[in-house]
Structures are given as structure tokens and as C-alpha cells.
Design a protein around this ligand. Structure first.
Ligand SMILES: C[C@@](O)(CCOP(=O)(O)OP(=O)(O)O)CC(=O)O
Length: 245
């Protein structure tokens, strides 16, 4: 306990990879435990190119919780410690995963369910960064989230000539956060439950097969359908002028 005379600082640093979803999750069934409405699959990016370096510091001399992101203080963060996060990428763009690297920092190696639960508190998709290669985040059914875990589908050597190019088209922070976008979708979308129950489970199986067979045509097609959140066929019945752009 702090008695006013102690001035120690304890620091731990961890580095974790980021991941990019190829079958995305969109919507949470529990916002506290961060439990998704559907399974998702991602590719973990090579940490030699993209990663997050997180340093956490605790000290009885710290007066308040503070967080720095890429060297700048972030406001409105409530933590019981000082935390610095560095992305080796220019901005806070949407590359899912690893934001606080919490599981790794706490060094909980044994229990996969606990690791996923802790990583999810940083950002739901962060639990997929616990493994390299291709990773599935199983949504789980239990109310306490114990079966909502990340599992590795194939390691990083399985498809080693697959190259992912990240093109940063804007460094502006996105206007709607994933958290609020998902909340609004869960509250208002008539199609979300249909997507989660009927569409995604089939896509997950197709994607698993595409990864297993290193079938780039299917892999890329499934990835782009999942990213656009619209369904083929992409038929526009109205003239372009009606859309007003
Ligand atoms: C579209 C997504 O990238 C959304 C990721 O959302 P987050 O997991 O980053 O959301 P929060 O937990 O609210 O921080 C889809 C995905 O990565 O599966």
C-alpha cells in the first residue's frame, strides 16, 4: 500500500500483432463481456510490419490514470494505471486487434478462455490477435462468455505466399466508432439477426474451406462480400443520377 514515502515505478512492455477480419463480426450480444452475435475469422498480420507495443506502469506516486497513444495523451480513459500504446503505423486507423495487449501483459498463458476474455476488454476483435496465421473467434453460447474464445485455424506457415497490402487512404479517425456503430445496428437493424444466424455460419464454413485449400479466388470473394456488408447480386435498378452523387 502507498504510504507517501514509496516512489517506485513498475513497468512491463509487451508487443502483439494486429489482425484484419476476413469474415467480420458486427454486433454484440453483451457489451460488458464483449460477446459477439456471430463468429468471425481474421488473418494475423506479420508483427515485423505491423504491431502494437504497450507499456504499462504502476506506481503509488501516480495521481491519476493516464494513457498515451502514439505519444499523445488520450483523454477520458479510465484505468488503474499508466499505459502507453504505440502502433508502428501512422495513425489510429481501423486495424482490429491488440489495442491494449492486456492478455499478454498479464501473462496468463494457461487458460484460453481467460486470455480471450481479457483481450476482448481492449477491443472485441483483439482476442483474435492471440494467435498467428488464421484465427476464428467463436461467438460462444454461454451467458458468462466462457466459450467465446479465439482459436487458431492454421498457423502463419500454412499460406506463406499470401500477401496482405494495407493501403491507408485517410489518416482521419473514423466518425462512428465500432462500438457505437454496432450498438445502433443491434438496436435498429431488421437484418442483423438474419445475417448472424443464417448468412455468417455458411460463410464461416466456406472461408474455413478456402483457407484449408489455399483457394485465393474463394478467399478474396468471401472477404470482399463480408467487408461490404451487402449481398450480391449488386444490381442497381435506378439510374445513377437518382443516387445524387
Ligand atoms: C468491423 C470490425 O473490424 C469491427 C471490430 O470492432 P472492435 O472489436 O474493434 O470493436 P470494439 O470492441 O467495440 O472496440 C469487424 C471485425 O474485426 O471483425
Amino acid at each position: 500500500m502507498a504510504n507517501g514515502t514509496e516512489n517506485w515505478v513498475m513497468m512491463v512492455t509487451a508487443q502483439t500483432p494486429t489482425n484484419i477480419a476476413v469474415i467480420k463480426y458486427w454486433g454484440k450480444r453483451d457489451e460488458t463481456l464483449i460477446l459477439p452475435v456471430n463468429d468471425s475469422i481474421s488473418v494475423t498480420l506479420d508483427p515485423a510490419h505491423l504491431c502494437t507495443t504497450t507499456t504499462i506502469a504502476v506506481s503509488p506516486t501516480f495521481q491519476q490514470d493516464r494513457m498515451w497513444l502514439n505519444g499523445k495523451v488520450k483523454q477520458g480513459i479510465e484505468l488503474n494505471y499508466g499505459l502507453t500504446d504505440w502502433f508502428n503505423l501512422v495513425s489510429e486507423i481501423q486495424i482490429a486487434g491488440s489495442i491494449y495487449s492486456l492478455g499478454k501483459l498479464m501473462n496468463l498463458k494457461e487458460d484460453e478462455s481467460q486470455l480471450s476474455a481479457i483481450a476482448r476488454q481492449g477491443s472485441g476483435s483483439a482476442c483474435r490477435s492471440l494467435y498467428g496465421g488464421f484465427v476464428k473467434w467463436i461467438m460462444g453460447k454461454e451467458e458468462n462468455g466462457s466459450d467465446s474464445v479465439a482459436v487458431q485455424l492454421a498457423d502463419e506457415k500454412h499460406w506463406d505466399d499470401l500477401v496482405i497490402i494495407i493501403a491507408v487512404v485517410s489518416s482521419r479517425q473514423k466518425e462512428t466508432s465500432s462500438t457505437s456503430g454496432m450498438r445502433e445496428t443491434v438496436e435498429t437493424s431488421l437484418l442483423l439477426q438474419h445475417r448472424a444466424k443464417e448468412i455468417v455460419p455458411k460463410r464461416i464454413l466456406q472461408m474455413e474451406e478456402a483457407i484449408r485449400n489455399r483457394d485465393f479466388a474463394s478467399f478474396s470473394q468471401l472477404t470482399s462480400i463480408s467487408a461490404s456488408r451487402s449481398e450480391p447480386p449488386d444490381v442497381k435498378y435506378r439510374h445513377q443520377a437518382i443516387f445524387g452523387d
